[in-house]
Design a protein around this ligand. Structure first.
Ligand SMILES: Cc1ncc(COP(=O)(O)O)c(C=O)c1O
Length: 448
């Protein structure tokens, strides 16, 4: 009887999957790109029936919370990054908060203390900075380089004091920082390093993946990112203790580490009811050793992520190709534009194509952005610009180290356009033509 039920279930799943495939090709059939009418997005989801079917498969399980897909995603991403532990979260922002909170947890043997300082660049994403403040640490903002958009390491070195306990370093738009230098600073001064790889999945520095250097690293799976789960994120670490604390923080702060499919009624620890609280017998499932959150995604999200992870090598290749084509074409205008620079040891899985209008260019960033916008080419600022200038941080307890002149320049002159795999050759032609026309028009105007 059970065998028959099993067979029927398999047959029905197959039928559903084939209907979804049919539905996908009907609803999401290739849309024609019409220059000037269709948008050239800066990023977006690239998917086919595989993601929809993976989600349907998970939906039919109706397990809902992290389960078999979550497990598989975590172990496959860990293998890709070559790190020991990956823990899924419900966003990159949550991953950042989990990572900083893990370092601050009283249950961590080398935990940070309130008012310890964390060095981080001034050009950043808000939820890279926020976890530092939310954990009562002091962010120390340092300047960036205009061409890499990354932290200026000479400024970071000058910012180190005896209060410095960590560096939180985003690989801006996928461009890896000099991880040799950062890890050398970490060793020399005993600093923890968190890499924010939310924009850098698949970027390499030397022979290692971005995210495999620091004590912890974080990833985002928001639709504009290298792979998506709709909303989603992950924390990666080689450190068993930090992984255990992160897992606890992700699940309300509880001590219990039972797997979702644990069969033993006495738990993985086999002594679930033998714990004590206030001298009384206590169920380990309800013992809390961290001040936690609930930051778990659904298994449906992990299912989508897993289908995306299979496609990651192809996505990275396309991002690199799109970047290379834009770089070659826009090099003609490097008298007016500061083009992005990657370090010699980097192999970048670009999130986007950043550039900065030179101070002496015969046009402003605003004029260029309006021109591109008129041609339906999406642009974005480099996140929060110089974040110290954002209203949210007016009264925040932040230390600024040195001069943030380059951060102001990035805020004033920089922006990015897309290279994501949804951008094809026709769209790139349109982008390149649009730059060509803009530059020709400004040349004409300035020769009048
Ligand atoms: C560098 C960086 N860190 C963190 C985040 C936050 O990720 P999420 O949107 O998944 O919360 C982003 C989002 O784009 C980001 O670019």
């Amino acid at each position: 009887m059970d065998d028959k039920k099993d067979l029927n279930e398999k047959r029905l799943r197959k039928e559903i999957f084939s209907k979804i495939k049919e539905f996908h090709s009907l609803k999401f059939a290739d849309k024609r790109f019409i220059p000037g009418k269709s948008k050239v997005h800066y990023g977006g989801r690239v998917f086919d029936d595989k993601e929809m079917n993976a989600m349907a498969d998970s939906l039919l399980d109706f397990w809902l919370t992290l389960g078999r897909y979550g497990d598989e995603f975590e172990s496959k991403l860990a293998r890709f990054l070559n790190v020991k532990h990956v823990l899924l979260a419900n966003s990159g922002s949550s991953a950042n908060l989990l990572a900083v909170s893990a370092l601050c947890s009283r249950s961590f043997s080398r935990h940070l203390n309130p008012r310890d300082e964390v060095i981080t660049p001034a050009v950043t994403f808000p939820t890279t900075l926020n976890p530092i403040l939310q954990n009562n640490l002091i962010p120390v903002l340092v300047d960036v380089e205009v061409d890499t958009c990354n932290m200026d390491l000479s400024a970071a070195k000058k910012a180190i004091t005896r209060k410095t306990k960590a560096i939180f370093v985003p690989h801006t738009l996928g461009n890896p920082n000099d991880m040799d230098e950062i890890m050398a600073l970490s060793e020399k001064h005993g600093l923890f390093v968190i890499e924010d790889c939310c924009d850098a999945l698949g970027s390499r520095y030397g022979i290692k993946q971005a995210g495999a250097f620091g004590h912890m690293s974080t990833f985002s799976f928001y639709p504009a990112h290298h792979i998506t789960m709709g909303e989603g994120g992950a924390v990666a670490t080689d450190d068993d203790e930090l992984a255990k604390i992160t897992s606890s923080l992700r699940s309300w702060g509880r001590a219990c580490y039972c797997k979702w499919d644990e069969k033993n009624p006495n738990g993985t620890c086999n002594s679930r009811f033998k714990f004590k609280l206030d001298g009384q017998p206590w169920d380990h499932r309800y013992l809390y050793t961290n001040i936690g959150y609930n930051m778990k995604p659904l298994d449906l999200q992990a299912a989508m992520g897993l289908a995306q992870l299979e496609k990651l090598p192809g996505f990275i290749k396309k991002r690199k190709e799109n970047f290379a084509r834009l770089f070659e074409a826009l090099s003609a205008y490097d008298n007016h534009l500061v083009l992005p620079r990657a370090l010699d040891r980097s192999d970048v899985s670009w999130f986007a194509f950043p550039m900065s209008v030179r101070e002496d260019a015969p046009f402003s960033r605003q004029e260029l952005l309006e021109w591109l916008n008129g041609r339906m080419i999406e642009t974005r600022m480099i996140f929060a610009g110089n974040i110290a200038k954002q209203p949210a941080y007016k009264d925040a307890n932040i230390r600024i180290s040195g001069n943030l002149g380059n951060s102001d320049t990035v805020a004033r002159n920089s922006f990015f356009i897309g290279v994501y795999p949804g951008i094809d050759g026709l769209q790139l032609d349109w982008v390149i033509d649009s730059f060509r026309e803009f530059m020709a028009n400004t040349a004409k105007k300035s020769s009048r």
